[in-house]
Design a protein around this ligand. Structure first.
Ligand code: GDD
Ligand code: MG
Length: 353
């Protein structure tokens, strides 16, 4: 599982935690995907870490609490997706034809992993890619296939995509393909390995699947993924509570007349004051929402404080930041960790035309 990216689009949240460790519906993204792997019968996973490597091992340990055997391989310099995969080669035990399942660590997906592996074995492919359809494929790897499902091209982040079928970030590699990735320099599977295999006529197959799929790389997607887990649109056995309209974690204190809805998560030890409304938002552990505030589709970092009457919609508030009373922030606003926004400093004018 590839968990070494920097998560730049999720800054400032990723200034303190790597993207795959940010809590969605109460537990790290990685925990949800590890649970899916375990539920599909995978019993051993190697985490390919780079950025903030230590936090993964602190949280997951040897994996026994998650029903898995977990190992860690850390790059001293980020080696790209291919370099990260190559880096775990010596930890793989199977023979050269054995299938190895690889996951991007920032995805929530309902993919039937066993079906992906079966397709790989049936077609005798070198690599099999999980494919999914998205409305706007430009931010992804675009993967046209022929009628038999054989991949004809791999176009990473292309401005003019020929299809809206994209690389969903879960692969089965024949072990020998991993061993053939060059060592000692960064390699991108998307820009180098896949196009290289196609250029030599090596069989690469796609496995299109239309179950739930989301890349959590942006704040809007992050909030949506969390909501979908809480409400059960995306099923995860790692969800730390029952499916419902909200998820309130241990030690959180919610005033009786506060309204938590839309699949919102209230983190451990967080507080929501009288009359406040939290709709579809993610409150990390220890966050404080004061009386009468309204927080919608936003992420509130650890121990951050949202003052009385504040209105937030589509906002990211970094860990420990304080948004004092009476502010109003809307889509795209980011408050950096530890920052303090003075009372009433930002408002939206009602006479905008
Ligand atoms: N260990 C390690 N080292 N991991 C890395 C590195 C690295 O140098 N670079 C990225 N990763 C990990 C990230 O943590 C993430 O889990 C995964 O590799 C993919 O990186 P992203 O940065 O999230 O890439 P993306 O979302 O822009 O594009 C990728 O995913 C799309 C699907 O969500 C590509 O694989 C696209 O082709 C694909 O469509
Ligand atoms: Mg991504």
């Amino acid at each position: 599982m590839l968990v070494g990216g920097q998560g730049t689009r999720l800054r400032p949240l990723t200034m303190s935690a790597p993207k795959p460790m940010l809590p969605v519906a109460g537990v790290p993204v990685t925990a949800h995907m590890l649970a899916r792997a375990r539920d599909a019968g995978i019993d051993r996973v190697v985490l390919a870490t780079s950025y903030r490597a230590e936090v993964f091992e602190q949280y997951f340990g040897d994996g026994s609490a998650h029903g898995l055997r977990l190992e860690y391989v850390t790059e001293t310099e980020p080696m790209g997706t291919g370099g990260a995969i190559r880096n775990v080669a010596e930890r793989l035990c199977g023979d050269p034809d054995e299938p190895v399942v690889i996951f991007n660590g920032d995805i929530l997906s309902g993919l039937d992993i066993e079906a992906l592996v079966s397709r790989h074995t049936e077609t005798d492919a070198a690599v099999t890619l999980h494919l999914t359809k998205v409305v706007d494929p430009r931010a992804f790897g675009v993967v046209p296939t022929d009628d038999a499902g054989r991949v004809t091209a791999f176009l990473e982040k292309t401005p003019d995509p020929p299809t809206n079928l994209i690389n969903a970030g879960c692969y089965v590699f024949r072990r020998s393909v991993i061993d053939a990735i060059p060592v000692g320099r960064p390699v991108s599977v998307e820009r180098e390995t896949f196009p290289g295999l196609l250029a030599t006529g090596t069989p690469v197959f796609g496995y299109p699947d239309s179950t739930y799929w989301l890349d959590l790389g942006t704040p809007a997607a992050f909030v949506q993924g969390s909501r979908d887990l809480v409400t059960g649109r995306m099923v995860s056995s790692a969800l730390p509570g029952p499916i419902g309209d909200c998820l309130v974690l241990e030690g959180a204190v919610v005033a009786p007349d506060a309204k938590i809805s839309g699949g919102a998560t209230v983190g451990a030890g967080a507080r929501v004051g009288a009359g406040a409304a939290v709709d579809g938002a993610v409150l990390f552990d220890g966050a404080v929402i004061e009386a009468g505030a309204s927080v919608r589709d936003s992420v509130i970092g650890r121990a951050a404080v949202v003052g009385a009457g504040v209105v937030l919609d589509g906002v990211v508030v970094g860990d420990g930041a304080v948004v004092e009373a009476g502010n109003e922030l809307r889509a795209g606003a980011r408050v950096f960790p530890g920052a303090r926004l003075a009372a009433g400093a930002v408002r939206f004018s009602s006479d905008r035309t």
